[in-house]
Write a protein that binds this ligand. Structure first.
Ligand code: BGC
Length: 327
């Protein structure tokens, strides 16, 4: 797993390890502190210890080729977890949520809440994208951009900070490295200080995930925005605890929830199928070309959560207890 600093990866790791242990497998779970070299060393050690299957949520999706060559020499199977591993033939399967759909849901939410399809506008939008080394980030951005672009073209949406985004291919112009809350806060501070003078207000922020949304929310507060009528629409992803509480408090509009338990369940199933030499279940053999091959993938559906359905979706499913959310 890439890091302990983001809540979801702790949940991902703990759930998958628990499932595999219960199924009788021996596991080694490691977190790499978002450091690529550390992740490579961890993988190398696992290969040295004769692991039979590697499940990797990569930090930099292009940096694992050489170490996975060694895995292949030992006939170790490799499953890319949540994030695709690029530029190597040595990745056997990919399990993830539909990353394009995550962005699409964020874009659709903004369109609906602003009433853009009813002709309302113009509105001020500030777009953000995820870490430039994360293969998922471009899918999230493309999904959102395909929905938002027509309204940018018709000027019903404008970007006062003037970020250059001729198409979704320019997503790195608004990316936040390491998915860092501090960096997204600093970037939002800059945009607000420089481009929102004279009473100009942000109406919507496209944030690809919850860690960025946290920083953006803090920035808005520090610049005098208060929840209620003048607070912008802010999207997110992951249903992290702090963000779910912010949704309840009116500081975040939505999050795209990816039930990490379902992803773990699917990967545990893949592992079982590999070990038992059965066909491995996949449902997408077209989308995830890693530059060397199309990696057979299993895509799970992401789900929008707003204030109105925190209880029905996150509590009733057991993802959070009501008391944890202060409900
Ligand atoms: C994951 C997101 C997560 C982000 C930051 C992405 O690859 O798909 O769920 O918010 O990384 O860790």
């Amino acid at each position: 797993m890439p890091t302990k600093s983001l809540e979801r990866w702790n949940n991902d790791g703990a759930h998958l390890e628990d499932l595999l242990k219960k199924a009788g497998y021996t596991t080694t779970l490691q977190y790499a502190d978002n450091k690529v070299d550390q992740q490579i060393t961890q993988l190398q050690n696992m290969i040295n210890q004769n692991a039979q299957i590697l499940v990797v949520a990569s930090i930099d999706g292009t940096a694992l080729g050489p170490v996975l060559d060694k895995a292949a020499q030992q006939k170790i199977k490799v499953i890319a977890y949540d994030r695709l591993i690029n530029a190597t033939p040595n990745v056997d399967y990919y399990a993830t949520f539909d990353n394009y759909q995550v962005g699409k849901l964020q874009g659709e939410y903004i369109v609906k809440q602003l009433g853009l399809d009813a002709g309302k506008g113009p509105f001020n939008l500030e777009p953000f994208a995820g870490s430039s080394d994360d293969n998922n980030a471009k899918f999230f951005f493309a999904g959102a951009w395909d929905v938002l672009k027509p309204y940018l073209d018709s000027k019903k949406l404008v970007i006062p900070s003037g970020k250059k985004l001729a198409s979704d291919a320019d997503w790195k112009n608004v990316s936040i490295d390491g998915w860092s809350s501090q960096k997204s806060q600093a970037e939002m501070d800059n945009r607000l200080n420089s481009f929102y003078t004279g009473g100009k207000k942000v109406d919507a922020v496209l944030s690809p995930n919850d860690s960025l949304a946290l920083g953006i929310e803090q920035s808005l507060e520090s610049k005098g925005y208060r929840t209620g009528a003048g607070w912008p629409i802010i999207t997110g992803q992951d249903a992290d605890l702090a963000n779910t509480k912010n949704i309840l408090a009116g500081k975040q509009s939505m999050t795209v929830w990816k039930d990490t338990r379902a992803l773990g369940d699917q990967v545990a199933k893949m592992i079982d199928q590999i070990v038992k030499d059965q066909p491995v279940e996949t449902n997408d053999t077209k989308t995830y070309d890693n530059g060397v091959k199309v990696v057979p993938a299993y895509l799970l559906p992401p789900v929008v959560v707003t204030k109105d359905d925190v209880k029905s979706k996150l509590v009733d499913s057991g993802f959070y207890t009501a008391s944890k959310l202060g409900l």
